[in-house]
Design a protein around this ligand. Sequence first.
Ligand code: F6R
Length: 236
Amino acid sequence: MKIIKAKNYNDMSRKAANIISAQVILYPYSVLGLATGSSPVGTYEQLVEWYAKGDIDFSNTTTVNLDEYVGLDASSKQSYRYFMNEHLFTKVNIDMSKTFVPNGKAEDLYAECRRYDDLITSLGGIDLQLLGIGHNGHIGFNEPSEAFEKTTHCIDLKPSTIEANKVFFYSADEVPRQALTMGIKSIMQAKKVLLIVNTEEKKEILEQALFGSVTPEVPASILQLHPDLTVVTCFE
Ligand code: F6R
C-alpha cells in the first residue's frame, strides 16, 4: 500500500488525476472504474483541463462506474449517470457508448446486476479503480454488513449514507433508499486501486480501514489485501 499525503483538496485532485492520466497515456485501452460524490469532482476537473490542453486522449478508454441509485436515470440531476456526463464524459473525447453505469431504472434489478457483472468480465476486468470512502467505511455502496458481497447487487442504503448524500438532494426524504453497486470482487480484482480521501472527518474511518481488522463491518478494510493500492489523503 502506498499512502500519499496531499497538501489540500486541489493537490489531492491533481495527484489522483496524474495517476489516472498516466494510466490512460501508458495504456490507452484501459478500463477505468469510476466513482461519483464530492471526492472525485476535482480529479475530473483536472482531467478535463489536461484533455483541453491536448495532454490526454480518452478515445480508446472504457469506463465502468461503481454504482447508481435505484429509480434514477440520466434525466435526473441526482443520478450518477448525470453526474458523470456532467463532470467528465461530455467534456472529454470519450466514446459515450463505452461509458457504463448500472441502470437504476431497470425493470429487473437482479438481472441488471448480473448483466453488469458480465459486462465487467467481458471487458477483461478493471485496470484502475478510483474510490472514495463513506463515513461508515463503505466503498461503492457496499455498506457495512456481516459478509462481503462479491457481485453487483441491490443494497438498502444505511441511514448514515442517506444523511451524508442528502446534500445532493433537496432533502433527505428525496434520497433513494436503494442503490445498485458493484461488488467487492470486481473492486478487488481491479489491477490498481486509487482511494482518495479529503475530509478530516474521515480520518478515523480511514485508519480503521487501512490499519484495523479486515471486516465487512468496515467494507474498505478489504483494500488492505489489494496488491496495488494507492491512497491519496489530505491529512496525516
Ligand atoms: C460514489 C461512491 C461512494 C462515495 C463515498 C464518498 O460513487 O461509490 O462510495 O465514494 O460515499 O462520497 P463523497 O466523496 O461524496 O464523500
